[in-house]
Each structure stands twice: as structure tokens, then as C-alpha cells.
Design a protein around this ligand. Structure first.
Ligand code: ATP
Ligand code: FE
Length: 350
């Protein structure tokens, strides 16, 4: 099965060609990031993103076709992110995929972006269903029980900010570079995590729900208290604030992961995806939790943990095998929960 995948739901335009047999092989892939286009605005601007996706999609497709040495008609299907995400970008991708599918007479498959992330461990590693997935990125944070390519159960997630967003805001509050994650991690490596004992939100409540907006406020207060007292932050203050913040983040993610695993004693694998999974402190803590629970820990290479089209092509391949075929009626969906069940299966424990 040879599949072309397209991704344009946020600020990366991407295309990939996969050959999926017993194992999946990435024949070609490319990602054009728009990070620099949005840098001046401090966040992704939807209109700019949509226009850039529309411009870049054709280019991405041409690039992967050239790199793979294949022609469009040699594909078996075209998979495209149909949501959730910024509607303009998702529409650009869906329209591009429809045009290619009609032009080459190929089946079209609409893929949920989150399913793409959630199935990535099966693309990179030999992982059988069911398994537990922790998605931690700039826009998402949730635990998913994955029982099949179309069978997801959300066990819990953040009730406010996503961890990546919290890392980015922390960096902004401390005058560090964006994206904030790597910058905060580098500072934290030289800081004292014990100097600021930030609260670990929601650990007192049962279940797998998380909250990170209070952590950001606590950091802001601590920063302002230092500035009020001494007139500014020293290099070491900044490092200690980062270390305290990262330790709180790590502890919350680790404890909630422990609970998610305890809630699903039949699972033998936990996998992570999303940019925050690149954080060594977080990753190390999750590994320890997995080891203590006796389950295998899988962290795909970072390029496949963040937004990419290989994961969309792979999910498309699984859906193709499951019989899914979309047509010109395929709609772009800004919101598209993977799981129709209640937001928190385990309850946030009132
Ligand atoms: P989504 O895919 O959910 O729509 P996104 O595209 O923003 O959101 P990703 O590309 O998966 O998410 O990840 C980007 C986020 O990961 C940013 O918020 C960034 O700060 C964070 N991040 C990257 N590296 C690290 C790190 N080493 N430590 C912590 N956070 C990190
Ligand atoms: Fe994503």
C-alpha cells in the first residue's frame, strides 16, 4: 500500500509518502515550518497560516514525489488531515487532497490529526493494540487508550493550558526565546528545582485530569516578588524559576501517567507524542513510571512526535485497510474529538 499524506492543521505544511506492508516505510517526507512567519506576532495568525499552507502544499507534494521517484498515479490513496485545527489550514489541505484525488482518480481518506499522533508508535515501533498514549504538545494534553485505528478512549487531560503552551508562556515571562520548551529546559538544567516549590495542581484529586494555568500564575508571582525585592532577575533567579516550573510539570505528568496506567492494568505499552515529549526531565520521569509499572515505554523520534505528514499517511493506511473511503463531501472540521465519550472517563473527582 503506497500512500501520500498531507498535513496543514497548524503552522507546519507537510507531505509524506509511505509504503505500508507488514512494516511501514517512509519513502519521502518534507515539513515546511511557518514559525518565522508568525514570530513577530507571538503566536500563529490563522489568515497568514492558511495562505502559506495554500502556497506550500503543492510544493510539498512535488518534493516528496520527486524524492520518492514515484508518480502520483502510483499511489493507492491520498490521506489528509481533515481536523481538528485552524480551519483555514485544514481547508487548504482538504482542497489540495481533493484536487489530487480527482485528478489522479485515487481514493481520498480524511484523517483526524490526533489519530495521526496517537497511531505514530505503530509507525515507528512494533506496537500492537491496545496501548496507552500520552499526547503532550503545544495545543494538546491527553491520555488516550488506543484499542484500534478508530477506537480511542480519552482517560483524562488538561482542563486549561497544554504543557507546551505553559513552557512557551514561561519563556515569555522570563524573556527567553521561543519556542519556550527547549529554552526553559536549558535554563532549568542549571537551576535549583527546590528553591521555588510550586504547587502540583490537581494531584489531590483522583483521575487523570490536569491543570497548568495555575502553575504559570505561580511563576509570574514568584518572578514579580523577586523583581519587587531586588529590582530585577539575576541569571540564577531565572534558572531556578525554570527548574521549579519544569519539576512541577514533570511531577504532574508522571503522577497522572501512573494513574492512567493503574486504570488500565491490561496495557503493556505506554507511548508519548508531542513536542513536550522531547523534554529530558519529563521523558526520564515517564520512563521511570513505565518501568515501575512493568510496561514498555516508547518515544518516537522527535520529528515524528511533532506535526508531520508521515503520521497522517500512516493513519490513512490503517483507515484504508479498515475500509474507510471519503469523497468530495469530506469536510474540514475545526473541532473533532477522537472520543465521543465524556471529557473525562475517570471523572475529575468532585
Ligand atoms: P499541536 O500539535 O497539539 O497542535 P503544536 O504544534 O504546538 O501543537 P508540537 O509541535 O508537538 O505542538 O510541540 C511544540 C511544543 O512543544 C511547543 O510548545 C514547545 O515549547 C514544546 N517543546 C519543544 N521542545 C520542548 C522541550 N525540550 N521541553 C518542553 N517543551 C518543549
Ligand atoms: Fe499536532
Amino acid at each position: 500500500l503506497t500512500i501520500l499524506g498531507l498535513e496543514s492543521s497548524c503552522d507546519d505544511t507537510a507531505a509524506a509518502i509511505l509504503r505500508v506492508g507488514a512494516r511501514a516505510e517512509i519513502l519521502a517526507q518534507t515539513v515546511h515550518s511557518q514559525g518565522n512567519l508568525h514570530a513577530a506576532y507571538g503566536g500563529v495568525v490563522p489568515e497568514i497560516a492558511a495562505r502559506a499552507h495554500a502556497e506550500k502544499l503543492d510544493l510539498c507534494v512535488a518534493e516528496v514525489l520527486r524524492a520518492s521517484g514515484l508518480a502520483l498515479r502510483e499511489m493507492d490513496a491520498i490521506a489528509v488531515t481533515a481536523g481538528p485545527g485552524l480551519i483555514g489550514g485544514v481547508m487548504s489541505g482538504v482542497m489540495c487532497a481533493k484536487g489530487l484525488a480527482v485528478g489522479a482518480g485515487l481514493p481520498l481518506i480524511g484523517v483526524n490529526h490526533l489519530a495521526g499522533h496517537a497511531l505514530t508508535p505503530r509507525l515507528t515501533d512494533d506496537v500492537a493494540y491496545p496501548y496507552l498514549m500520552l499526547l503532550v504538545s503545544g495545543g494538546h494534553c491527553q491520555f488516550l487508550r488506543v484499542d484500534g485505528a478508530q477506537d480511542f478512549t480519552r482517560l483524562g487531560g488538561t482542563i486549561d493550558d497544554a504543557p507546551g503552551e505553559a513552557f512557551d508562556k514561561t519563556a515569555r515571562l522570563l524573556g527567553l526565546a521561543q519556542p519556550g520548551g527547549p529554552a526553559v529546559e536549558a535554563e532549568a538544567a542549571q537551576g535549583d528545582p527546590a528553591r521555588f516549590a510550586f504547587a502540583r495542581p490537581l494531584l489531590d484529586r483522583p483521575g487523570c485530569d490536569m491543570s497548568f494555568s495555575g502553575l504559570k500564575t505561580a511563576l509570574l508571582r514568584a518572578r514579580d516578588a523577586i523583581i519587587a525585592e531586588k529590582g530585577g532577575l539575576t541569571v540564577q533567579d531565572r534558572r531556578d524559576l525554570c527548574a521549579g516550573f519544569q519539576a512541577a510539570m514533570r511531577d504532574v505528568l508522571a503522577e497522572k501517567t501512573r494513574r492512567a496506567l493503574a486504570a488500565c492494568p491490561d496495557l503493556a505499552v505506554i507511548a508519548v507524542a508531542g513536542g513536550v515529549a522531547a523534554n529530558q526531565a519529563v521523558r526520564g520521569a515517564l520512563m521511570e513510571v513505565a518501568e515501575a509499572a512493568g510496561v514498555r515505554f516508547i518515544a518516537p523520534p522527535l520529528a515524528l512526535c511533532t506535526d508531520n505528514a508521515a503520521m497522517i499517511a500512516y493513519a490513512g493506511a490503517e483507515l484504508y485497510r479498515a475500509g474507510q473511503r471519503d469523497d468530495m463531501a469530506l469536510a474540514a472540521r475545526p473541532r473533532w474529538p477522537l472520543d465521543s465519550a465524556a471529557p473525562s472517563m475517570l471523572g475529575s473527582g468532585k
